[in-house]
Design a protein around this ligand. Structure first.
Ligand code: AGP
Length: 367
């Protein structure tokens, strides 16, 4: 679907369904298949300057911050540059050390979030270089940055962000690819990732077709007052985003936790009344993830496992949601999509207006 094609449906729902085309727009004209790299002219950085970057620091708020965490993993994995994400709302208040060889990245759908804008201004005041990953063209954050990547997600109206987040992820993949290819990422790996990026729209489409199954899972989760979303390493920001989306519109309590940390505390809360949504990518941690899920199952905690068909869950008792596999670096975004539809259907079954969640505004422009 393109923007506006599904008039009459809740905005959040139409924006979820638009993702195959919004991702395509983010990619358009930016892939160089011959050299296995990305072209991001808007960065205003020469290859020499890209090579001089020693650290990447990503700043955003709410869901943009969680996608920033996914982006930091992409940068570390593909470019082997130390990278991390921080809530922009906290950054400025701890008198951050601004380094000349750090690339600061501000990520924002609206481009008007005051905490992110003030973080950008603080970095610039101290002489740092900031690029933006922003959807709204000409917005305050876009103007304040030294360069950047426009996301081209199209207008996002629903308070709960969906299509902007997928395009942010794609933006980070392009950035990581370009940073990687001026360093040690091989041309073969660059091409592998480009092929993976090109597969994303069709794979997202496939996940969206599984809506009936996701509605069923959402109906069961909506009955619980409180639940966990868990994941580790690549899967953890996915869990954070899943919990955030569910909280925002269904008003159910959802807490994101690292799967590895469960045994250090929250396992005490597991019971038949507290379900867990587990993110299990097909990666080097799959076996450990599955072992942790058995701990939950042994305590009769209901489980929803968001994973890939290739993952063997053995005799684990769980409702399974499968998403197609891509390159391991790109899987987090595919694992995020079902969580959007789960949140949407949970809110719907509870009778909430998904487009007007209580107490929230689309963009937070005052501190
Ligand atoms: C997402 O569903 C939220 N409504 C919220 O966390 C949002 O992502 C955050 O406020 C940042 O907004 P921005 O991307 O416009 O800066």
């Amino acid at each position: 679907y393109e923007y506006g094609e599904l008039a009459g449906e809740p905005r959040m729902y139409t924006e979820i369904l638009e993702q195959p085309s919004s991702v395509e727009r983010t990619l358009r004209g930016r892939l160089d298949e011959r050299f296995g790299t990305a072209h991001l002219g808007g960065l205003n950085l020469e290859p020499r300057e890209l090579r001089a970057i020693r650290r990447v620091k990503i700043l955003g708020c709410g869901s943009a911050y969680y996608v920033g965490q996914m982006g930091a993993s992409l940068v570390e994995e593909l470019a082997r540059i130390p990278a991390d994400a921080e809530a922009a709302s906290e950054f400025r208040y701890r008198n951050p050390i601004i380094e000349p060889d750090t690339l600061y990245v501000a990520v924002s759908q609206s481009g008007e979030t005051i905490d992110t804008l003030l973080a950008v201004e603080e970095i610039k005041r101290k002489g740092g270089r900031v690029i933006g990953l922003v959807n709204v063209v000409g917005s305050a954050i876009a103007r304040a940055c030294d360069g950047g990547i426009y996301l081209h997600a199209g207008p996002e109206i629903a308070v709960a962000s969906t299509k902007a987040l997928t395009t942010m992820y794609v933006g980070f993949a392009l950035l990581a690819l370009q940073l990687g290819r001026v360093r040690d990422l091989s041309i073969a790996d660059g091409k592998r990732l480009i092929a993976g990026l090109q597969r994303l729209p069709a794979q997202i489409e496939e996940i969206l077709k599984d809506e009936d199954r996701l509605e069923e899972v959402a109906g069961a989760l909506a009955q619980a007052e409180s639940m966990f979303f868990i994941g580790r390493v690549r899967g953890f920001p996915v869990a954070r985003e899943g919990a955030q989306k569910l909280k925002e519109i269904s008003y159910r309590h959802a807490e994101a936790y690292q799967t590895s940390e469960l045994k250090h505390g929250p396992l005490a809360l597991i019971s038949p009344e507290v379900p867990t949504v587990a993110i299990v990518p097909d990666d080097e941690l799959t076996d450990r993830n599955v072992a942790a899920l058995h701990e939950i199952s042994a305590r009769r905690g209901p489980l929803v496992v968001v994973t890939h068909p290739e993952v063997d869950l053995g005799d684990l008792e769980a409702a399974r949601v499968d998403v197609p596999k891509n390159e391991v670096e790109l899987d987090p975004i595919l694992l995020t999509i079902p969580l959007q539809l789960i949140a949407f259907h949970a809110a719907k079954v509870l009778g909430h207006d998904v487009d007007k969640p209580r107490n929230l505004a689309k963009s937070v422009t005052v501190e």
